[in-house]
Write a protein that binds this ligand. Structure first.
Ligand SMILES: Nc1ncnc2c1ncn2[C@@H]1O[C@H](COP(=O)(O)OP(=O)(O)OP(=O)(O)O)[C@@H](O)[C@H]1O
Ligand SMILES: [Mg+2]
Length: 213
């Protein structure tokens, strides 16, 4: 199964989600490999931090090669292939879109992020001639204050977008997600009981219901 975590806009949480989801899938006994198509190589760096710290299991992360299409298809069907894709490498993004089974789109609750998501859907449509894979979006970095309405508004827009489904489990703006990248640990490894862990588990189980409790 090839899952892209993608959006056009920087900072939407792609690398954070790939890193945590990769470790969550391994915790559930799934074989996982990840690809970091971003020249910034955040995912490669955080996987390296994890290796240096000696945390188990490591996350295997590959950079893109010219043979990306063959590389992605090379893995047996039971391997969970996660791909971190941003706008910095549009050619690789299009190859990955064409190869994927599903695309998960993190959308921070802001108008520019909503616009970028709409543009991203155009790219998906173009790359796949209208035969897009399963597309799902969710609000990441949602505000924890109940009075702030932006996350509700963003979800409403997502629901209206053609060909895309809303993942109803938001990930909120929580400091542990930042620590996750700097320390090379998943949020659920840092604390079994935090709100971030609870939210992330629900989010991951929604995407991979067959691996839920
Ligand atoms: N739910 C969250 N709560 C708090 N911080 C978050 C959350 N999601 C992501 N972040 C933080 O926001 C920053 C950007 O996240 P990340 O690097 O994962 O985004 P990205 O989409 O991969 O960015 P880029 O386009 O630059 O590759 C990081 O510092 C990350 O720790
Ligand atoms: Mg990134």
């Amino acid at each position: 199964m090839i899952t892209l975590i993608a959006n056009l806009k920087g900072g939407s949480g792609k690398s954070t989600v790939v890193f945590n989801l990769g470790l969550w899938l391994q915790m559930k006994g799934q074989p996982v490999v990840a690809y970091d198509l971003d020249p910034q190589q955040t995912l490669i760096d955080v996987a390296e931090v994890r290796r240096e710290e000696g945390y188990a299991p490591p996350l295997q992360v590959y950079p893109p090669r010219d043979t990306l299409q063959e590389d992605l298809k090379y893995h047996p069907k039971n391997v969970q292939v996660l791909v971190d894709v941003g706008a910095a490498n549009l050619d690789a993004m299009k190859v990955a879109i064409k190869s994927s089974d599903q695309i998960i789109i993190p959308v921070p609750p802001s108008q520019p992020d909503v616009w970028a998501t709409q543009r991203f859907l155009d790219i998906v449509d173009d790359a796949t001639n209208g035969n897009a894979p399963k597309l799902r979006a969710f609000v990441n970095r949602a505000d924890t204050h109940r009075q702030v309405r932006e996350s509700d508004d963003t979800e409403e827009v997502i629901k209206q977008l053609p060909g895309i489904n809303l993942i109803p489990n938001r990930l909120f703006q929580r400091t542990v997600f930042r620590r996750s990248l700097s320390e090379g640990m998943a949020v659920f490894e840092m604390s079994k009981r935090s709100k971030a862990t609870e939210e992330f588990n629900l989010f991951a189980e929604y995407i991979f219901p067959e691996l839920g409790q």
